[in-house]
Design a protein around this ligand. Structure first.
Ligand code: BTN
Length: 264
């Protein structure tokens, strides 16, 4: 049974694969957790879980994610695909492009590798957590979780993120409609997934939007730490960093310190 409160009704995308149905919650632990549960129970491709507030939101690298009531967009999309698990990185770049496209009409945003949405000064507007279901060498399903800070005043943010995060409304200097934002996000993700299904790899478009490329960075990946110049992406969407001791490739990691365009 899909429950849909009136708030999110206008975000439903009738006739489209992504967003044809939305399960909406006032409060939930994590929309990703719920979407994973639904994926495991046979939910159809393109089902969306959205919540006004998350009490146990999850971020990348095992971190938490703040989603205060009414201040953010927290949505998770169920995808059913059978693709080579080694190609899952394509989905990460495609989801980042979709999130940026959804924000474009309201605020100037760019991307920080691998899939953070950031302001031009590098403060974080949002992030993406993709969780996959893999059978052998195949990815058979995925949950694409997207969190965006929509209208969250700096003074209301926890102290530890206040200097590193910003919301779309602050960047736009005007209120931002979360329902319209979700609708644009679902349309953009639908377009990106259609391109992936058609075999179009988003490497070049992603690289063109990614502020990390061309910046001096520090990348941390489970204890491996490299400082250098991010020169581009490799053929698997990994970040290429030129350091004093040579060239490094990262398939995952946290760009935690960027001097120049890509932020803190
Ligand atoms: C990051 O660390 O940058 C990724 C954050 C992803 C947060 C979103 S909010 C909707 C979905 N549900 C979750 O628990 N996490 C993702």
């Amino acid at each position: 049974m899909i429950e849909l409160n009136a708030t999110w009704r206008d975000a439903v995308r009738p006739g489209r694969r992504i967003g044809h149905a939305i399960e909406a919650h006032a409060t939930i632990g994590s929309t990703n957790e719920r979407a994973r549960e639904l994926l495991g129970r046979g939910a159809e491709d393109g089902l969306v879980v959205v919540a006004d507030e998350q009490t146990a939101g999850r971020g990348r690298m095992g971190r938490g994610w703040h989603s205060p009531a009414g201040r953010s967009l927290s949505a998770s999309v169920v995808l059913r695909r059978s693709i080579d698990a080694a190609e899952a990185w394509r989905l990460s770049l495609a989801a980042a492009l979709a999130a940026a496209a959804a924000c474009d009409p309201v605020a100037p945003v760019t991307l920080k590798w691998p899939n953070d949405v950031v302001a031009p000064d590098g403060r974080k507007v949002g992030g993406i957590l993709i969780e996959t279901a893999v059978e052998g060498e195949r990815l058979v399903g995925a949950v694409v979780g997207i969190g965006l800070n929509v209208d969250w005043e700096r003074s209301a943010m926890p102290h530890d993120i206040r200097d590193r995060a910003v919301s779309l409304a602050e960047l736009a200097a005007t209120p931002v409609d979360r329902v319209a934002l979700l609708a644009r996000l679902l349309d953009a993700l639908g377009d990106e997934v259609d391109l992936l299904d058609a075999g179009v790899i988003p490497l070049e478009r992603y690289a063109a939007r990614c502020a990390t490329i061309g910046a001096r960075v520090t990348v941390d990946d489970h204890g491996r730490r490299v400082e250098g110049l991010a020169t581009g992406l490799d053929e698997r969407g990994g970040l290429v960093v030129e350091a004093l001791d040579g060239r490094h490739h990262f398939v995952s990691g946290e760009v935690s310190a960027v001097r120049g365009v890509a932020g803190p």
